[in-house]
Design a protein around this ligand. Structure first.
Ligand SMILES: Cc1ncc(COP(=O)(O)O)c(C=O)c1O
Length: 426
């Protein structure tokens, strides 16, 4: 019996489903257990080396255990790591974020992207004194009641578009529009806009595969939000520092009222952040009446790891390498599947992509649902057998990092070719 299998059997006795987050159980018949990660590679307890395109579901833009981040964390940890009092690293990381995002003047650090979203929604409700929020079908914003309605990511993979335990009274306050469809937003806002505190969107859908916004979609949301006095929350938990230093807002030239961040800003340690102009942020406790607090908020180790990561992004060609890898991968997948006559679409954005096995374009949840998700899983399984790890769900993304060199991508493309041949001919 493999070591992973043995561990999984043991895990199932003490962890729900053997895992702590559902997508990890999507690898069949059992997930591999990880021994360590270095650069673009994961090393499993079974002695396998995998090229990793999951990267902890997004945070590891520099790959696993980059020297510069590891050294700063080790240095810091020797001095203690939790004080219940402020530290300089929180200030330094907040200054970076304020510097990179023109729409952000102040920041509150929390512990996860989900918490950031929860706080952003509370803040929007506190600011507007309205009750409802509008989200998009297929967008995922964390395991938070208000947004666990028609959500993507594991909620979609496991066929539970909403979750048990979310009271209908809560779900009723969440209105759902169609991504990339401004008319669907306008229709809802025309009826209920005066009671909508916030429109919340992933600027690129990254939890239903990758679905970029159509030209004008984000600017349209900005315009509609302004017209109804509604706040625009752009959830940049994935896109923040992944698309570049100013996230999707700089990339697409749109400013949010409230931004949520996570993942990369903690360098792979637990983190979330909310940012906005001071008039909005100053409603948060201790300055204002909207409550937020946390034992681990602004945890120094997450702060130092995030700071070290952002400094590398600022001072090296890390983005060029990661973007190049994502482009080569997207082109390579297109080329291989095209030559083999396998119907597909590859959606791409800088440092992230996803392949859908479908004939038509993928622009929202409905078109994504037309793709052959079983074929995706076969593709995943064949790749894994050949030492390449992509997300075990159609409704996740393939991420690249600055550790994915040309050689690593070329090796990946050879495995993609072999895997695609198997799914075509066997
Ligand atoms: C866009 C987006 N928002 C929020 C979250 C929730 O973040 P966390 O898992 O850190 O709570 C995620 C997680 O994948 C996400 O992709």
């Amino acid at each position: 019996m493999s070591e992973s299998r043995r561990l999984y059997e043991e895990a199932q006795r003490v962890l729900v489903g053997g895992v702590d987050s559902p997508v990890r159980a999507a690898i069949k018949p059992y997930p591999f257990f990880v021994r360590e990660g270095k650069g673009p590679y994961l090393f499993t307890v079974d002695g396998n080396r995998l090229i990793d395109y999951v990267l902890g579901y997004g945070p590891l833009i520099l790959g696993h255990a980059p020297e510069s981040v590891a050294r700063r964390v080790m240095d810091y940890v020797g001095k203690g790591w939790l004080y219940g009092a402020p530290t300089e690293v929180e200030v330094l990381l907040a200054k970076k974020i304020v510097n990179h995002f023109p729409s952000i003047k102040r920041v509150r650090f929390v512990n996860s992207g989900g918490e950031a979203v929860l706080t952003a929604i509370r803040l929007a409700r506190g600011y507007t004194k309205r009750r409802k929020i509008l989200k998009f079908e297929g967008c995922y914003h964390g395991a938070v009641d208000y947004v666990l309605v028609k959500a993507g990511s594991a909620a979609a993979h496991f066929g539970a578009p909403s979750s048990a335990g979310v009271p209908e009274d809560v779900a009723k306050l969440t209105l759902v529009a169609r991504y990339n469809d401004l008319d669907s937003v306008e229709r809802i806002m025309r009826g209920e806009g005066n009671d909508v505190a916030a429109i919340i969107a992933e600027p690129i859908m990254a939890n239903y595969g990758i679905i970029p916004p159509r030209e004008g979609f984000l600017k349209g949301l900005r315009e509609i939000a302004d017209r109804y006095g509604t706040l625009l929350i752009l959830d940049e938990v994935v896109t923040g520092y992944r698309l570049g230093l100013g996230g999707a807002q700089r990339y697409y030239g749109v400013n949010a009222d409230i931004t949520t961040l996570g993942k990369i800003i903690g360098g792979g340690f637990p983190v979330g952040a909310v940012g906005a102009r001071d008039e909005v942020m100053d409603l948060l406790s201790p300055k204002g009446p909207v409550f937020n607090a946390g034992t681990f908020n602004g945890h120094p180790i997450s702060m130092i790891a995030g700071l070290a990561t952002i400094e590398v992004l600022e001072t090296t060609n890390a983005y060029d390498t990661a973007i190049n890898a994502s482009r080569k991968l997207a082109e390579g997948i297109n080329d291989v599947l095209g030559r083999l006559g396998i119907e597909h679409v590859v959606n791409w954005a800088p440092t992230m992509l996803q392949v859908f096995f479908t004939g038509g374009e993928v622009i929202d949840h409905e078109t994504a649902n037309k793709s052959d998700t079983k074929l995706y899983l076969r593709f995943h399984d064949e790749l894994l057998r050949r030492g390449v790890f992509i997300a075990p769900s159609q409704f996740e993304a393939i991420f690249t990092s600055s550790s994915h060199s040309t050689e690593v991508v070329e090796e990946t493309l050879r495995q993609i070719e072999d895997s695609a041949r198997v799914i075509k001919y066997h």
